[in-house]
Design a protein around this ligand. Structure first.
Ligand code: CUA
Length: 327
């Protein structure tokens, strides 16, 4: 009997117990095979814990009643019982070894990157996720991938530690500045899945989200070849970029967020830290996007990560035109 068969039979035992108790909707949807394996392990751990808990508490109550203090009754003096001691050590040992072997088997699956996977570069930055494909196509906040294809993420961070977390795939990996980290998944059905940042990375952490769109292979290939800004005016290009990259920190209204609200800024005087003033023209906005630390607006922290090298000229001039349009 192989390890997989043993696991499968133990699993069937606990599936009925726990998933009925939890109404079947205890966990997020399962987007991958690995997610099913992780859930099976969790059901085993939850089932084993519940059963042991019941056994311990039930025997505690029974013994407390059975051997309660009564006048004239003296309990027997028992120094030890070899069989009982062996069993209460050996049975938990076996359960722990099953949990260890099973956990190792699932973790191995999660951490072994498939060869010939479809690769996507992921950049984490306060506070958004961007994706870069080998076709040259980029996207922000939206990750498009083919279904039934192993996909490997090659991830880096421009500033602090983030964590790329997809609950539906039961997989999560820190994204660290100065090195690449990896995760992989193979999605079974077309659909949308939510990405979270799972490492507290500052004020906009909870807004650091992305959507995964899993498409059939032909639809995905079509998407990959598309020019995302085809037929759009510069303001529309800028609006798309702004929504994907800037809204964690900036409002398109005058209301401030982490950074200043951007409505009515263009063409007006801006007060800077240190008492200087500057007129917000194209060059000032360009500099503030590419080198945010160069001029800090009065009353705001120097919190923005530079976008140098992250936006194409079309995107950059689009954002500038969009900000100009916010009057
Ligand atoms: Cu990025 Cu939390």
């Amino acid at each position: 009997m192989s390890l997989a068969t043993v696991i499968a039979s133990i699993n069937t035992l606990f599936i009925s117990v726990v998933s009925h108790a939890a109404g079947g909707s205890f966990m997020p949807p399962q987007g991958t095979k690995v997610a099913e394996k992780v859930d099976s392990l969790y059901r085993f751990l939850a089932g084993a814990s519940v059963i042991s808990c019941i056994l311990v508490f039930a025997s505690m109550c029974i013994f407390a009643y059975q051997y309660r203090r009564r006048p004239g009754v003296k309990s027997a003096y028992i120094s030890h019982n070899t069989l009982a001691e062996f069993l209460w050590s050996f049975i938990p040992f076996c359960i722990f070894m099953v949990a260890f072997a099973w956990g190792w088997y699932v973790y191995h699956d999660l951490r072994t990157m498939p060869k010939n996977a479809f690769e996507v570069h992921v950049h984490g930055q306060k506070w958004n996720w961007t994706f870069e494909y080998k076709s040259g196509r980029k996207s922000a906040g939206e990750l498009y991938v083919p279904v039934n294809t192993p996909v490997r993420m090659i991830m880096d961070s421009a500033d602090v530690i983030h964590s790329f977390y997809i609950p539906a795939f039961r997989t999560k990996q820190d994204v660290v500045p100065g090195r690449y980290s990896n995760i992989w998944f193979d999605i079974e059905k077309p659909g949308n899945y939510q990405v979270f940042c799972a490492e507290y990375c500052g004020q906009g952490h909870s807004a650091m989200l992305a959507k995964i769109h899993a498409l059939p292979k032909d639809k995905f290939d079509e998407w990959l070849q598309n020019d995302p800004y085809k037929g759009l005016t510069p303001v529309q290009v800028g609006e798309a970029v702004f929504k994907a990259r800037c809204t964690a920190c900036h409002n398109a209204t005058a209301e401030k967020k982490v950074g200043p609200g951007l409505q009515g800024v263009f063409g007006h005087q801006v007060d800077l830290e240190g008492g200087d003033k500057v007129t917000a023209d194209e060059n000032y906005i360009r500099e503030s996007i590419l080198y945010p630390a160069a001029k800090i607006v009065k009353g705001f922290p120097n919190a923005m990560t530079p976008f140098l090298g992250q936006l194409g000229e079309q995107e950059l001039s689009g954002v500038i035109e969009y900000i100009k349009s916010l009057q």
